[in-house]
Design a protein around this ligand. Structure first.
Ligand SMILES: Cc1cc2nc3c(=O)[nH]c(=O)nc-3n(C[C@H](O)[C@H](O)[C@H](O)COP(=O)(O)OP(=O)(O)OC[C@H]3O[C@@H](n4cnc5c(N)ncnc54)[C@H](O)[C@@H]3O)c2cc1C
Length: 341
């Protein structure tokens, strides 16, 4: 009864924002935990590689996926509790992230507004601790539940257990598909703290004539900035920032700054310094670079694009050449952000 339909040889093109057209050997869409358990219990599929898919906005597919793709479509969201300081809101893994953020704002809750318009699902948001404009998901995270596939046990993970860091969490350091995140609970403060120190956020709020800050006003400003700066995956295939910002020792950052005095540097609370990968790539002359079906977005050097019909391997090769040129000019290694398969 609980067994959803398992399809074979399914094109993954509609399921990844790069729009890469490779087939999956098996593909299944699951809407309940019971259905997920049924699929995972099928002996014929157990030994196969598995890919857990949300919105496909942080993956680069370079070859056919010779295994089982599980498209998680568990839906639902609700307030679960409240105390003097915060409300606790739970969303199922398959909820669209931006729709969830908008819903929290409509309910009168703040905290997630800076993360507006990030593509993908709620279930993927803890994997790389999504972040934008001075806020990370971890700032409002309370807990999550995840299915441990090997034992069939559902575990609850609190903040400490997730070991969040910059675009990182514990989930990136276990075998892919070991845990399947089922739902995430957020703690949204009743007394919001606005994060508007980024210059472009301030400028956009001013441009929109905002005099009193609110979650809605900040969300609107951030959506406007993002629509201006980033390509819409429905028009141009991409996975957002292709590279993470490198974090280096402050000694190294200072010595680079002597050589490249325009280089932006962001000192971190732990004594390290974050560099802007986009600036490093731009300095190597890649911004707007076009190479057949692939390219570097003309407005943002961090974003690699599929100009139509690209193979994942072409994007991967371009990424490698960009990495080499940044290494040659600055001696800095830049690391890809998406999962490359
Ligand atoms: C235009 C654009 C802008 C972007 N901007 C940002 C940004 O500002 N900040 C930012 O941090 N990211 C950004 N991203 C990247 C991306 O949106 C996020 O990483 C997002 O959280 C990915 O969600 P997804 O559902 O699409 O994950 P997918 O791409 O489907 O999956 C990503 C990884 O998570 C795993 N996964 C997904 N769901 C689950 C689950 N329920 N349980 C276990 N594993 C799971 C997958 O197996 C894979 O390893 C951007 C992407 C695009 C295309």
């Amino acid at each position: 009864m609980n067994m959803p339909q398992i399809e074979t040889h399914v094109s993954l093109k509609p399921y990844n924002t790069f729009g890469i057209d490779v087939p999956a050997r098996h593909f299944v869409r699951v809407t309940t935990l019971a259905a997920l358990r049924s699929v995972l219990s099928l002996p014929a599929l157990q030994a196969m590689p598995r890919l857990i898919l949300g919105g496909g906005s942080n993956i680069l597919l370079t070859q056919p996926f010779d295994g089982l793709v599980i498209k998680l479509a568990l839906l639902g969201k609700a307030q679960v509790s409240e105390d003097d300081e915060a409300v606790h809101v739970k969303a199922m893994a398959g909820e669209n992230w931006h729709d969830f953020v908008c819903w929290t704002i409509q309910q009168g809750w703040a905290g997630l507004e800076n993360l507006s318009l990030i593509p993908g699902t709620v279930g993927a948001s803890p994997i790389q601790n999504i972040g934008a404009y001075g806020v990370e998901m971890k700032d409002c995270f309370h807990s999550l539940t995840a299915l441990e596939v090997s034992t069939g046990t559902v575990h609850t993970f609190d903040h400490a257990a997730c070991r969040f860091a910059y675009r990182d969490s514990m989930f990136k350091h276990v075998a892919p598909g070991h845990y399947i995140i089922l739902d995430v609970t957020f703690r949204l403060p009743k007394k919001p703290q606005w994060h508007t120190s980024y210059g472009e956020v301030q400028a956009e709020l001013a441009r929109q004539g905002v005099v009193e800050l609110s979650a809605q006003a900040i969300s609107d400003a951030i959506c406007t900035i993002r629509r201006r700066k980033l390509p819409d995956p429905a028009q141009i295939g991409n996975a957002g920032s292709f590279f993470k910002n490198p974090v280096v020792s402050t000694v190294l950052a200072e010595s680079l700054k002597k050589q490249f005095n325009q280089m932006p540097t962001y000192p971190q609370p732990d004594g390290t310094t974050k560099l802007a990968a986009g600036w490093l790539i731009d300095q190597c002359g890649w911004k707007g670079h076009v190479e057949g079906a692939v390219g570097v977005y003309e407005k943002q050097a961090l974003v690699l694009i599929n100009r139509g019909g690209a193979a994942g391997s072409e994007i991967c090769n371009l990424a490698k050449r960009i990495q080499h040129s940044v290494m040659a000019k600055f001696g800095i290694e830049i690391e890809p952000e998406p999962l490359i398969l």
